[in-house]
Design a protein around this ligand. Structure first.
Ligand SMILES: C[S@@+](CC[C@H](N)C(=O)[O-])C[C@H]1O[C@@H](n2cnc3c(N)ncnc32)[C@H](O)[C@@H]1O
Length: 249
């Protein structure tokens, strides 16, 4: 078993490779366990993010870090758009493909292997773009935001979902206790070693991310990437953060 300090060092130095290894064993039970371990909140957060996109009546949407396609399927269901899901994990995409086929959406959704930092699409390709739990796994969040904005048409909408650290001290203490003490054990009981690793990693990675890239920093980075009218919605006492904005013309 890897030592905890080794795991955190790998995450700090090679977030891409680290994420690939972390997510490889998770796909088959991802949707079920992420809903369970987030106490049902993850579904609400995804819906709030998707709501930011549907009103713009997009024809072509890119969903980055699509995993097993929970958000991708929701986007296809709530719009008339063709949706492209992109993820760097082959295992996640395999599960995504099975999930898309199961709900009969193969003609509405295409899946592409790739990294959010280097998208295989021309400038201004998409009417809308979503990304979920991505920025903690990239080396340079500001550069990744520029790359995401690059492929969206002027006036197109971008929306994201991330975990966050509650601001109010009382909720922050409860969040800290849940992520450090309960999440790893609950992960182990429900999903064995791979979910113990995720449960143990999640809280410290969220704290570490926001100690370097605060929410105000992130809002500014969206602006510098060429996205305006940036809005943030803090959800579930501050444990989830939905952001959206429009690509400048
Ligand atoms: C927590 S999962 C979220 C999956 C999905 N969006 C959802 O909400 O169900 C995060 C996903 O990000 C992917 N990922 C991590 N770093 C990435 C990167 N740099 N580029 C593309 N995908 C990445 C992982 O493979 C994983 O599938």
């Amino acid at each position: 078993m890897k030592r905890w300090t080794t795991i955190l060092r790998e995450y700090r130095h090679h977030p891409n490779e680290f994420a690939r290894e972390l997510f490889a064993p998770l796909p088959s039970r991802y949707d079920f366990l992420s809903a369970l371990l987030s106490l049902g909140q993850d579904r609400r957060w995804r819906s709030a993010m998707v709501n930011r996109v549907v009103g713009s009546r997009p024809s072509l949407i890119l969903d980055v870090a699509c995993g097993p396609c929970g958000v991708t399927r929701k986007l296809a269901k709530r719009t008339r758009a063709h949706v492209i899901g992109l993820d760097q994990s082959e295992e996640m995409l395999r599960q995504g493909r099975a999930n898309v086929a199961r709900v009969g959406m193969v003609d509405r959704i295409s899946l592409v292997l790739g990294r959010g930092e280097q998208l295989p699409f021309a400038d201004g390709t998409f009417d809308a773009l979503t990304f979920t739990y991505l920025l903690r796994y990239v080396e340079d969040p500001a550069a990744t935001l520029r790359e995401l904005a690059r492929v969206v048409k002027p006036g197109g909408v971008l929306a994201s979902l991330e975990f966050a650290v509650p601001e109010r001290p009382i909720w922050r203490i409860a969040w800290w206790f849940y992520t450090r003490a309960i999440l790893p054990v609950a992960g182990y009981i429900t999903g064995a070693k791979p979910w113990w690793d995720v449960g143990r990693f999640l809280g410290p990675s969220i704290s570490r991310h926001y100690s370097t890239y605060s929410v105000p920093w992130t809002v500014e980075a969206w602006g510098r990437a060429g996205i305006d009218h940036v809005e943030c919605r803090s959800m579930s006492l501050g444990g989830g953060l939905v952001m959206s904005g429009y690509r400048t013309g």
